[in-house]
Design a protein around this ligand. Structure first.
Ligand SMILES: Nc1nc2c(ncn2[C@@H]2O[C@H](COP(=O)(O)OP(=O)(O)OP(=O)(O)O)[C@@H](O)[C@H]2O)c(=O)[nH]1
Length: 383
């Protein structure tokens, strides 16, 4: 992908959006639907275990780079990012576009500034894509008014999880979805706004996502070169200032009933849980990817032999505001099975309730996919 005369410059797109909005899902969709174009990805996890990187690594192989444990927006020095950009931008990688998946608590403007300040001749800032969880939109904005500022900087906004808005409204009509889309359009200035379910957007939107000079101007020269307060650790205005994360790893399988009791009684502040669970003898063939976003909870069984990585481990990251991380880890410790090699007949029922729904979702998805296929030509961004 060349931009006129001069050296080939690879666009670097920042993919941002609040915790659990669907960034990894969207990235995976793009990786599977990018046709002949090759996407390189840099994944920045907030937690100490790189769950997001694991979720995309299978699809990307050596074109994924993982920058874990903390928001990239607070990197003391952007040179680490430059090193990874340089690696992905080498002609032999054949990469056409690089996507940086920000952590769900990152400040997108800081990432954009880092890219604009980069002196790497082989890359060019390719725009900001913001993913919005339509079902959590009102609550997230109420808690974090900064979201409005993020949307104003975006070049493309993907309003995701529209299936869940219809659920929440408990109605067949999509009036609530239309309302959320309307609010996002007002906030997103002149950016393209694309409705989506499971991040299924036309990959061309990513390739066509170009930052407007005006928006870049908003991140003024002064800002770009100001002594960044984040560098002395004072980033109080950042979304993640109020958040903590806890990580849990166990080589001994978890007891499904105990884990469900833990999940059913999880504190309000614990907004995001993600990772993989080993239920041992209860299902020797699968590990269970688990995702909680607010009160939303899903398990996704995946065959162990398809899972990249070494041993059979449970690996979880928990992110929330006002959480007692050591206490949560102690509670998870108590979910470890006393009898990992025996399974009781009904032990998995609690877990399977949250898999069942996903199967239905997949059926709905397939139906929608067929409709979507017919309508795809009509999918236009709304400026
Ligand atoms: N119902 C529904 N679920 C979705 C949709 N998109 C994503 N999800 C689910 O939402 C959960 C979180 O999705 P991710 O893609 O991991 O979100 P993320 O933004 O990468 O999360 P963080 O990196 O932790 O901020 C997963 O369980 C997804 O399967 C959607 O359109 N509808």
């Amino acid at each position: 992908m060349s931009h006129g005369p001069g050296p080939r410059q690879i666009p670097v797109v920042v993919l941002a959006g609040f915790l659990g909005s669907g960034k990894t899902t969207l990235l995976n969709h793009l990786l599977h639907r990018s046709g002949g174009s090759r996407i390189g990805a840099i994944v920045n996890d907030f937690g100490a275990i790189e769950i997001d990187a694991m979720a995309v690594a299978g699809a990307l192989g050596d074109s994924t780079v993982s920058l874990g444990n903390g928001c990239l927006c607070c990197a003391v020095d952007a040179s680490e990012l430059d090193v990874y950009l340089e690696r992905l931008a080498r002609p032999e990688t054949g990469v056409d576009v690089i996507v940086i998946e920000a952590s769900g608590l990152a400040e997108p403007q800081e990432l954009v500034r880092m890219l604009l300040a980069s002196e790497h001749p082989g890359i060019v800032y390719g725009g900001l894509v913001e993913v919005v969880d339509a079902a959590e939109f009102d609550a997230t904005r109420a808690k974090h008014p900064e979201i409005d500022r993020h949307l104003a900087l975006a070049d493309l906004v993907v309003v995701n999880k529209l299936d869940r808005v219809a659920d929440a409204a408990d109605a067949a009509d999509d009036s609530d979805a239309a309302r959320v889309l309307g609010v996002v359009r007002t906030l997103a200035d002149r950016a393209a706004v694309v409705p989506a379910t499971y991040g299924r957007i036309d990959p061309e939107f990513l390739f066509d996502c170009r930052p407007s000079e005006e928006r870049i101007g908003q991140l003024s020269f002064d800002d770009l070169h100001r002594p960044d307060s984040t560098h002395d650790g004072a980033h109080d205005g950042h979304l993640h200032a109020a958040y903590d994360s806890a990580s849990f790893v166990s080589a001994v399988p978890l007891d499904p009933r105990r884990l469900m009791r833990f999940l059913d009684s999880r504190p309000e502040g614990l907004y995001r849980i993600k990772g993989y669970v080993d239920f041992g003898a209860h299902d020797t063939g699968n590990r269970y990817a688990v995702h909680a976003v607010g009160r939303f909870l899903r398990f996704y069984p995946e065959p162990w032999n398809g899972a990249a990585g070494e041993g059979r481990l449970t690996q979880l990251v928990l992110i929330g505001a006002g959480i007692d991380a050591p206490a949560l880890v102690r509670e998870l410790d108590a979910c470890v099975s006393d009898a990992p090699h025996t399974a009781d007949e009904h032990g998995m029922w609690g877990v399977l309730r949250f898999v069942q729904e996903q199967e239905q979702e997949q059926e709905q998805e397939q139906e929608q996919e067929q409709e979507h296929f017919v309508q795809e030509q009509d999918q236009e961004p709304v400026a």
